[in-house]
Design a protein around this ligand. Sequence first.
Ligand SMILES: [Mn+2]
Length: 332
Amino acid sequence: MMDMAVMREVIKKFSSSDKWVILCHENPDGDTMGCGLALYSLGKRLGKKVRVMGRDPIPERYRFLPYYHDFECCKVIVEEDIKNALMICVDTSTAARSMPGLKEVLSVADSVNIDHHGDNHLYCKLNLVDPDVSASAELITELLIEGGWGIEEEEAICLYTGLSTDNGNFRFGTTTARSHLCAARLLEAGVKPAVIDEYVNEDMKPSILKLWGQALMRTEMFSNGRGALFWLKKEDFEEAGADSSAVDGLVNKLLKITGVRVALFMTEANGENKVSIRTKTPYSARDIASVFGGGGHLQAAGAKIEGNFQDVVAAVKAEAEKYIDDRASALK
Ligand SMILES: [Mn+2]
């Protein structure tokens, strides 16, 4: 449940600070970008000194977002950046998933954390964290309304992008009446869903579609059809001329298979091995990710794993098999 008292404190802090530094999470997705740029727009029209930044660049497909040119891709955040500023972390469950250097500057900055991850570490001074919303963009939308600031069209475009990408175009179990009410407010503010959908979901190069095909061709079943996985290695990404942001959402395709309740997608890209995990009840993606030091939502989580890529693929599969077995005996 959202704490209205905390939301009111956030509104007060937003109003009283003249300088905002907004931080998006690493490997940014639609939600963190949408929230970051919407708040950037709000800050601008409220006459604040405002910056929006993150460790990694905005993926190609989000280049239509208003103010994307103003997004600063920085290796590290230092004390100078946050001097006399309010630091606002959006959609980021831990300081480690934000910008390098954040942990060091947290003690000197005033900070607000706006997020919906159930495993959020509450690392800021003020933490507006609500695991019941389908996207952090839902919280920001409610914040704009509650603050009496209204929603400009540019902000609505950013927020709708965050909302619709995080809840799989209103298909996931996280989607609620509240998500749809939020969408309605954004449409009233001028959003055209079909336009955003075309940018986000139908703006693919042929090489990327083939890269998706490469993964799909490697589909491997396990645990008597309850689990499925595929993977893409470094060379696959190189051939396609793509980075890992080109395969956002691909893991969900495994859940199309009848009976599959645990989906694993391992990638070797951007110099790191990653696993994306999606589950259906009663399985928890977060429980599997946490074995590898990762985290996320109950049914959508991930982890970064060191080591030889094919060993990582085998290790994640073995862990998921064990987890499914353990759950089966626990449910008996
Ligand atoms: Mn999110």
